[in-house]
Each structure stands twice: as structure tokens, then as C-alpha cells.
Design a protein around this ligand. Structure first.
Ligand code: EPU
Length: 439
């Protein structure tokens, strides 16, 4: 367990550049399995989830080399599929391991994979992935927690998703690119990460169109080549720093973003009275005073993202008035309410709905992050806006999705530092604990 110590009350100020999007990098890495020649991906964020995906690719026989650049990792991948079995210890560490299914089936004709783990935010079934693959002609069996699927060659089909699942859309796109004939995915997810995947696949020689709309058409081709691609900026990382600026009553410019991807977050922040200005590749967030309470409902893109809901919930704790937060994507994504209450928040939850009565200020407290990286990061945000010291236990969850989170916040003027597991004994007095970067 890692702990983050946050001393609140300092307005964040300055500039921060966002990294490549985790939720784009993961499917792009999975899609590299399909390539017939070498692939290079730029701006891959350095995260625990990415490390798991790279290990999965290596375990399947692909050649993987990484280089560090100022914009994240550059990853070179050389084809060489030798295995179709995804090691269970890796699968259990991350939900997105399921994304290799479609590509493995398409390229190697078979796949064996354990049920995936990942953030504990709800039941997170994979029925849409498996039913879609069945529609494409795969024989899928589920036994003892392991899924096996096989098909000599997948066949194009018309697939309508019950809900616009991001992962199922991506998995089925990857499965369909080498299938015989055309595939149409109806009620497809419209997230920017889906568009990024389409661009990458087409760069390799696939024929995919419609990403970003509810209908995606894939005309199967015989083989894919190789190519280079740069991952889109992480809109959720950007949203998190936007809320960090607002919650600390600061003034922060977030650079290297695609502002349109942030429209829903920008609109909500403006609604609560935060000043958001945008340029070609940046957004600036200023919040000199207490925000006012507004209601929020999470929705698939282009609605307000669930992955930025906990951050907004933390912001609403000190808003003027009462807000109602409705989480429609995951049944367990209001878990941090209990921890925020320890900091003085007045939140009542009922299932997927939270009613937040704003208080003038939160008070620092020891809080426990659970296995949801967004919740963990949001507790740190709450600490930034609180009076006194907050100690967030379980801060290692943040490393799944944020590269050097506390380093970025520190650069913006926050007083935050990490107590590594071996330093935990000195926690009884966080004020005197050695700063990890202090030598
Ligand atoms: N769903 C099903 N059946 C399925 C698949 C999904 O019922 O077969 C349901 C889920 O239970 C959920 C909804 O559909 O209620 C949406 O799930 P989706 O499949 O869209 O999510 P995902 O692909 O597993 C990605 C992100 C998540 C993000 C969601 C929603 C990646 C790697 N993960 O997950 O990111 O919350 O889309 O936008 O892209 C995060 O980064 O913190 C994170 C959890």
C-alpha cells in the first residue's frame, strides 16, 4: 500500500501537459497484434496498466521494445505471435486484457483467456464482447473462469450492441478487420478513443469507417501491414487536472489537449461558475471563489464521462447549494462518498445517486482509496481543497492511470508527497516523514 500525504489550502497555479490517453493506448497496443509488419506507437503513457499490456504482448511472442521520450514512451512492436493463451496473472490485473481477444482470434484463429480483473466499480460483464465474437463465427466456451474462442477465419456480420460499450466496440472492430466480408457494428460507442483506433487500424491497411458515430462499418482485408501512430491526449487526465484547479481555487493551463474532447467537462465547470477558456490545444481553468451546486448525470460520450464523475463529486462537496449526481454507467462508482464524509462532506447515497449538500470547506483526514483509480485520484483532489492534512491510503491505484500524479500536482504548487510502503512506519507523524524526492 502506498500513501499520499496532501496538505490542502494551496491554490494550484501554472501549466501542465497531459500525456497520451491510457484508454486509447491500451486498445492500440492490443491492435498491434494484428499487424503484419513492425508498429511504432508514440506518446504511450508510463502507467501500471500499460506495463501489464506490454507483458501480455511479450507473453504472446511479439517483440516489444520501449524508449523514453519527453511525451511518454515510444513502443516498437514486431510481429511474431507464438501463443494464444493469455497468462491469467496478467489478465486478472487489468480489465483491458480482454481487448486482446478480438485481435488474437483474427490473427491466430484462437484465444484462451481468464476472466479479467481491473477497477472494482461494478459487475462489468463481457457478454457483449463474447456475443459479438460469436456473431462473427467464433466458437466461444466459458469454463472454470476461462474463456476459449476459436475460428479458422471470422466472417463479417451485423452486430447490434445492447449498450454502446467502449471495450466491446473496440474488440469487435479488431476482430472484424481481418474477417471475410463486411461487419457493421450498430449502437457502437462514440468515444474519441474509438476514432483513434479506427485511424490506427486504417494506417495499417484496414478498411474501417464510421468511428465517432453510432454505426461502424468494417470491410475485412486479407492482411495488415505496419506503421506509426501517436496516441491522442488523455481527456480524463485533463479533466482531473481541470477539477484540481477548480477545487483548489487555482488557475491552471492544461496543454496538449483536444478541447472538443473535453466539451462536457468544460460545460459542467462553466455551469458551476468556474472560468474555462480554451485555445487550439489548451484549456485554462480559473476558480477564485466557491462554485455553485449543479446536478450531473454520467453518460457515454459525448455526455459527461463516468471517469471524471468522482472528481466532480469531490468538487461539489464544497459548492454552494445541493447537487444530485447520477452515475448511470457503473453501479459502484460512488464508493468514495464514505471517505469524503470522513472529511466533513455531507453526502447521501442511494445506489447510483448521490445527493451532496455543499459545506464551506472540507477538513483533512486519513482516507482509504479502494480499487478505482479515478476514486483514488479524486480523494487527493478533495485533500487539495481541504483544510489541513489528508492521508490517502491505497494511492498505488492512481499509478494505473496517472503518470507521476503527485509530481504534476507538486509542479503546480501543491504540497503532496508519497510515503512508499517501506516508509509506512514513520506515518505516525506525516509532517516529519522524509519527502521521497528529497534525497
Ligand atoms: N457492459 C456490459 N456488457 C459488456 C460490456 C460492458 O453490460 O459486455 C456495460 C458495463 O457493465 C458498463 C457499460 O456497459 O455498465 C460501459 O462499459 P464499457 O464496456 O463501455 O467500459 P469498458 O470498455 O470496460 C472503458 C474504459 C473505462 C470507462 C468505460 C466507460 C478503457 C480501458 N476503459 O471501459 O475506463 O469507464 O470505458 O467510458 O477504455 C477508467 O479509465 O478509469 C475506466 C474505468
Amino acid at each position: 500500500m502506498a500513501r499520499l500525504v496532501v496538505k490542502g489550502g494551496r491554490p494550484l497555479e501554472g501549466k501542465v501537459a497531459v500525456r497520451g490517453a491510457k484508454n486509447s493506448a491500451l486498445p492500440l497496443l492490443a491492435a498491434s497484434i494484428l499487424a503484419g509488419e513492425a508498429v511504432t506507437l508514440h506518446r504511450i503513457p508510463r502507467l501500471d496498466d500499460i506495463a501489464v499490456m506490454l507483458d501480455i504482448l511479450r507473453s504472446l511472442g511479439l517483440g516489444v521494445a520501449t524508449e523514453t521520450s519527453p511525451y511518454g514512451l515510444t513502443v516498437h512492436i514486431v510481429p511474431g505471435l507464438t501463443d494464444y493463451r493469455v497468462p491469467a496473472p496478467l489478465t486478472r490485473r487489468m480489465r483491458s486484457s480482454i481487448l486482446v481477444m478480438g485481435a488474437l482470434l483474427a490473427k491466430g484463429g484462437q484465444v484462451r483467456i481468464a476472466y479479467p480483473g481491473g477497477c472494482v466499480i461494478g459487475s462489468r460483464p463481457i457478454d457483449l464482447h463474447l456475443n459479438g465474437l460469436r456473431k462473427l463465427g467464433a466458437q466461444v466456451t466459458e469454463e472454470g473462469g476461462t474463456i476459449t474462442a476459436a475460428a479458422p477465419r471470422l466472417r463479417g456480420a451485423h452486430i447490434h450492441l445492447d449498450v454502446p460499450s467502449v471495450g466491446a466496440t473496440e474488440n469487435l472492430m479488431m476482430a472484424a478487420v481481418l474477417a471475410q466480408g463486411a461487419t457493421v457494428i450498430g449502437n457502437a460507442a462514440r468515444e474519441p478513443e474509438i476514432v483513434d483506433l479506427q485511424i490506427f487500424l486504417n494506417r495499417l491497411g484496414a478498411r474501417v469507417r464510421g468511428a465517432g458515430t453510432g454505426t461502424i462499418r468494417i470491410d475485412g482485408v486479407e492482411r495488415l501491414g505496419g506503421g506509426r501512430h501517436e496516441v491522442i491526449p488523455d481527456r480524463i487526465e485533463a479533466a482531473t487536472y481541470m477539477v484540481a484547479a477548480a477545487i483548489s481555487r487555482g488557475d491552471v493551463e492544461i496543454t496538449g489537449v483536444i478541447p472538443q474532447h473535453l466539451d462536457a467537462v468544460t460545460a459542467k465547470l462553466r455551469e458551476v461558475g468556474v472560468t474555462v477558456t480554451t485555445g487550439d490545444h489548451w484549456v485554462r481553468v480559473r476558480c477564485p471563489r466557491r462554485p455553485r451546486a449543479v446536478d450531473l448525470t454520467t453518460l457515454p460520450y459525448p455526455g459527461y464521462p463516468t471517469d471524471a464523475q468522482n472528481q466532480f463529486l469531490a468538487l461539489m462537496c464544497t459548492a454552494e447549494g445541493t447537487s444530485v449526481i447520477n452515475e448511470t454507467i457503473y453501479e459502484q462508482r460512488l464508493k468514495i462518498a464514505g471517505e469524503l464524509r470522513k472529511m466533513g462532506a455531507r453526502i447521501h447515497t442511494d445506489g447510483r445517486v448521490a445527493v451532496v449538500r455543499g459545506v464551506p470547506s472540507l477538513t483533512g483526514a486519513p482516507v482509504q482509496a479502494s480499487d478505482d483509480l479515478r476514486g483514488a485520484a479524486s480523494l487527493v483532489l478533495a485533500g487539495l481543497g481541504a483544510q489541513g492534512t489528508t492521508v490517502v491510503e491505497g494511492a498505488q491505484f492512481i499509478d494505473r492511470g496517472y503518470q507521476d500524479f503527485e509530481g504534476v500536482l507538486k509542479k503546480l504548487g501543491a504540497e503532496v508527497y508519497r510515503l512508499k510502503p517501506e516508509k509506512v512506519d514513520s506515518l505516525s507523524n506525516p509532517g516529519t516523514a522524509r519527502h521521497p524526492g528529497a534525497g
